[in-house]
Design a protein around this ligand. Structure first.
Ligand code: CA
Length: 227
C-alpha cells in the first residue's frame, strides 16, 4: 500500500509520515500542490492525504482536477477547525473523508484503514445500503424507490453515516462533523437529528437501518435484524 501525504506544515507532515511508516505503509510526502499533481501522474497511490491550504495549488482545486481527469484515488482531506464550507465542498468535490486538525494519529490511522478497505470506484457518487440510496450529485435520497425529503443537515448526517457503514460513530464525532463545534455533553442535538432521520428513512420501512449502540453512539447497518 502506497500513500501520498500532501501537507505543507513540516511538523504535521513528519508526524503523519512517521506514524504511517511505522504502521507499515509506504509513504511519499510533498509540501506543494503543483508537485503533488506531478506525484500522482508518476505513481499509483492507494490513498492520498490532502491538506486544503497549500502553496502552488490548493487542495480543493487539486481534488477537482483529479476527479475531472478520472483519477479516483481515495482522498482524505485535512481541514481547519472553522471551515465547514471547505469540508462540504470537499465532499461534494469527491473527497472520501475528512479529518479536522488537530487530530489524534490513531484517528487518522483508523480512517486510512477504513478507506483502504472500501471497495474502489464509487464514481457515480451514489451510496447504497440495503434499499436506501443516497445520491451526492442530485442530493436525492430514496428508500425502496420512494423519494425522501431531507433537510440539508439531515442529508449531511445520513451521508456521514452511510460513508461509514457498520462503523460506530460517537455523538462527539457526529457533532464535530455535522455541526462543527465542540460537543457539549449536555446537548442532545445529535439524538434529535437521528430521531428526525429515523422518522423519514426507517419508520415506514424494514429493516431499521440506523442502530443505537448503547453508551457509544450510532451506526448504520447493512445487515438485517435488530440488536
Ligand atoms: Ca496547510
Amino acid at each position: 500500500m502506497r500513500l501520498l501525504v500532501v501537507e505543507d506544515e513540516p511538523r504535521i507532515s513528519k508526524f503523519i509520515c512517521q506514524g504511517l511508516s511505522e504502521a507499515g505503509y509506504a509513504v511519499d510526502a510533498t509540501y506543494d500542490g503543483k508537485e503533488a499533481n506531478e506525484y500522482t501522474l508518476s505513481a499509483d497511490y492507494d490513498l492520498i492525504i490532502l491538506d486544503i491550504m497549500l502553496p502552488g495549488i490548493d487542495g480543493l482545486s487539486l481534488l477537482k482536477q483529479w476527479r475531472a481527469y478520472g483519477n479516483h484515488t481515495p482522498v482524505l482531506l485535512l481541514t481547519a477547525r472553522d471551515s465547514l464550507d471547505d469540508r462540504v465542498e470537499g465532499l461534494d468535490t469527491g473527497a472520501d473523508d475528512y479529518l479536522v486538525k488537530p487530530f489524534a494519529f490513531t484517528e487518522l490511522l483508523a480512517r486510512v484503514r477504513a478507506l483502504l478497505r472500501r471497495p474502489p470506484l464509487q464514481i457515480d457518487n451514489v451510496i447504497k445500503i440495503s434499499d436506501l440510496v443516497l445520491d451526492n450529485k442530485t442530493h436525492e435520497v430514496r428508500r425502496g424507490g420512494h423519494l425522501i425529503e431531507l433537510s440539508q443537515r439531515e442529508f449531511m448526517l445520513l451521508n456521514y453515516l452511510m460513508r461509514h457503514p457498520n462503523q460506530i460513530l460517537t455523538r462527539t464525532q457526529i457533532a464535530e462533523h455535522i455541526w462543527n463545534f465542540d460537543f457539549a455533553s449536555d446537548s442532545n442535538i445529535v439524538d434529535v437529528y437521528i430521531g428526525y432521520l429515523r422518522r423519514k428513512i426507517d419508520r415506514n420501512f424494514t429493516p431499521a437501518l440506523i442502530r443505537t449502540v448503547r453508551g457509544m453512539g450510532y451506526r448504520i447497518s447493512t445487515e438485517a435484524g435488530n440488536e
